[in-house]
Design a protein around this ligand. Structure first.
Ligand code: HEC
Ligand code: HEC
Length: 346
């Protein structure tokens, strides 16, 4: 037993969470553990809010997990949500820049990790969806993702599957509908909360030795020298490491030069000033969710930092920020980014 925090967890969660906490592993979204973990107060995390009408419950998380990993929800039975958002690969796909949907068709965007997705104020790289309860229709209907003709088709198919009866009975008194499917998928994903990481413990938990000197040096570059935290925000009591807004870091513009044009937020707002703006991603667990950026074309954190040093920081030109970083500063930054990996995770 390494520290008190291992004991702390048991007062709220379950044995499973305890095991996860002490062995530094993940609990694979197991419903009882997920509910306990998502609803407890963690150092460095704001409380998780849920929409009116859809509070978390074990039965909904359980049903949502089953739906999320069920390939029968795709038109040809070959792809589930979990294919592209794989729990073993940080709820994204770490071995591909842009994942394959039905019929081996490839999209143009990287699948975002779903860690902490319940905290996000908008969804998708361009923020075109607002809630998890609604968002799920997008991939089900996308011809290159799950390829269904209509949501009603999917609802009918699920109604006909006997193995779902028990799950819908517990979660929603037998109602199988567009609304209850959305609530179940929303609950499962909302509960994918990341636990505290070493940085949280150092910054908010009073543990001065939780970070190494190199990681602290990287934090200084992040906050002071490069002002990364002007978008990947660190607040007084929590660090979501995103402002949940849309910003331009020069990457999308650079990719246009390489023949991979994506207008980003402009497509949603139709405003020219939003061209190349993307939702600022959180950096929690970022070491687990490669490859990076909206098209997944950067493979490592070192390469992300090298991009900022060569191009991004000059484009951003934040007031008083460095425009280029030494190789020492880049290495320190990467060390800091790697300290953002949570010890317990879904
Ligand atoms: C073929 C791969 C694929 C499948 C299958 C898939 N997704 Fe995704 N998912 C993506 C990609 C790619 C994006 C980003 C798309 C964009 O931003 O335009 C995404 C985005 C999301 C987001 C937004 C996350 C964020 O941080 O904003 C959520 C939530 C999500 N998917 C949930 C689901 C659910 C639920 C299902 C099943 C019903 C599903 N996905 C099926 C590839 C997939
Ligand atoms: C002006 C706001 C802004 C600043 C400042 C900024 N970023 Fe970003 N960052 C973004 C946006 C927007 C993206 C996503 C861009 C895209 O997908 O095209 C991003 C993406 C990233 C990613 C990839 C995350 C992922 O999951 O794909 C990392 C890592 C990152 N930034 C680290 C940093 C570091 C380190 C700094 C400081 C050197 C920094 N950022 C400064 C806005 C910013």
């Amino acid at each position: 037993m390494r520290s008190m925090s291992c004991w702390h967890v048991i007062t709220f969660g379950t044995i499973l969470v305890l095991l996860a906490a002490c062995s530094n592993t993940h609990y694979a979204g197991e419903p009882v553990a997920a509910l306990g973990f998502a609803t407890q107060k963690h150092v460095g995390r704001p409380s998780l809010l849920h929409p009116v009408g859809n509070p978390l419950s074990v039965a909904k998380i359980d049903l949502g997990r089953k739906l999320f990993h069920d390939k029968r929800l795709s038109a040809d039975g070959s792809v589930s949500c979990g294919t592209c958002h794989n729990p073993e690969q940080g709820y994204t796909q770490t071995d591909t820049a842009t994942p394959l949907g039905i019929g081996q068709q490839r999209g143009t965007r990287n699948a975002p990790s779903l860690y902490d997705v319940g905290y996000r104020k908008t969804l998708f790289h361009d923020g075109r969806a607002a809630t998890l309860e609604e968002q799920y229709k997008g991939p089900l209907l996308h011809p290159r993702e799950m390829g269904n003709a209509s949501i009603d088709d999917v609802v009918e198919r699920i109604r006909g599957m006997k193995d779902y009866q028990r799950f819908f009975a517990y979660a929603f008194a037998n109602e199988v509908s567009v609304g209850t499917i959305g609530k179940a998928l929303g609950s499962y994903q909302r509960a994918l909360v990341t636990g505290p990481n070493r940085f949280d413990q150092w910054r908010f938990g009073g543990k001065a030795d939780a970070l190494s000197e190199r990681e602290i040096a990287g934090y200084r570059v992040f906050v002071d020298r490069a002002k990364c935290s002007s978008c990947h925000v660190i607040r007084e009591t929590s660090a979501e490491l995103t402002d949940d807004r849309f910003s331009k870091n020069g990457y999308a513009r650079m990719r246009t030069g390489a023949g991979a044009f994506d207008p980003g937020r402009e497509k949603v707002t139709q405003l020219a000033e939003d061209r190349f703006a993307f939702r600022t991603p959180t950096l929690r667990n970022v070491a687990l969710t490669a490859p990076y950026m909206h098209d997944g074309a950067i493979e490592t954190l070192s390469d992300v930092v090298a991009f900022y040093s060569s191009t991004g920081l000059r484009r951003i030109a934040a007031n008083g920020a460095a425009t280029t970083l030494s190789s020492q500063e880049q290495a320190d930054l990467v060390a800091f980014l790697k300290s953002l990996t949570s010890q317990v995770r879904p």
